[in-house]
Ligand binder design. Sequence first.
Ligand code: FAD
Length: 365
Amino acid sequence: LSGAMTSVTLRVGDLAAEWDRTGLIPHDLLRELGAEGRLCAEVPEQYGGWGLSSTHSGAYTAHVGSLCSSLRSVMTSQGMAAWTIQRLGTVEQAADHLPQLTGGVLAAVGFSEPGAGSDLGAMATTVRRDGGAVVVDGHKKWVTAAHYADLLVIVGRYEDGAVAVLVPADAPGVRIERIADPLGCRAAGHADVHLDGVRLPAGSVLGGHGLPPALLVTTALAYGRMSVAWGCVGMLRACLAAATAHAAGREQFGRPLAEHQLVAGHLADLYTAEQVAARVCEHASRCWDEGSPDQVVATVLAKHVSATQAARGAATAVQVLASAGSRDGHAVARAYRDAKLMEIIEGSNELCRLMLAQHALSAPG
Ligand code: FAD
């Protein structure tokens, strides 16, 4: 794992700021990382993946998150697509598609729609049978990595339930429309996906039958939540490193910033944020690795705590660096914009709090 981390560090180098500015990660680099299985590291070895546990994958995700949240976001999408295929697909679908995702094919997952953001029950995209084919109609919005993707995992209504369907990005009727100037994760390839009478073989429906929408959504999103949570730990580590280095090195009023107690307080807050986020993520990953029944709530908790800590921590880091961190291109400025979005995706703060309250109300004692 440490070799893999070093390799990603070398390939990202100091390019994250440039990717952020141009809004693009080189497509060839993504394909290269994908073909080495680095974008979905939990895929089992039998499908060409690394077969990492959630705990090890989390450590790797945090590392990538500390370097570049846009790359980590692409990784989250690829991992979520692979997880959805693995969990909802048949054995044959897994054998067909997972080796592609560990072989350089890039993927993205579309749930959200103009009328269905937090309320995915309001999804209007339809998947309907037509002879030996299925036809997909709908509009997905803000799909991370869709700009780079070869394969889209699209969730839609099907008969009296919901399905995830595999849609080649170049299928007739698919139109991908890049989102211009996102607030953060600017090189993550966010795009709207328009699906207009997209005709596919019936075998494109994962598992071949409908599921209760809530079950389908929870299954797919769970992976994304863990990945985002660990990515936030990485962001906090990058912010802590930048803030401590700056506070130790710069002098004001005749002594290092770190010796002014109010600045030291900021450093303590950042350290606390990083430690708290790391501990909840470790706990959640342990639940995944042990198959614990607490896995679902631990995942929501990890995502919520990490995202809120990262958003607050990044703001603290900008405060410590002040003008030195107040321009695009600086890691803390990037983290400030990127972290805010983590409070919105994969279950916003409000939705996480509602789920945690529901759990608290139902938990015994
Ligand atoms: P809304 O649902 O309109 O919510 C607006 C506000 O109201 C939020 O604060 C929300 O928390 C609050 N709210 C809504 N309902 C309630 C309620 N019942 N109680 C309390 N508060 C409530 N989607 C994908 O399908 N695939 C992706 O890969 C993807 N990537 C994304 C990446 C980024 C950076 C962003 C910003 C979004 C991405 N999305 C993606 C979309 C994302 O999932 C939605 O933005 C998110 O679900 C919120 O939906 P919304 O933006 O429509 O906000």
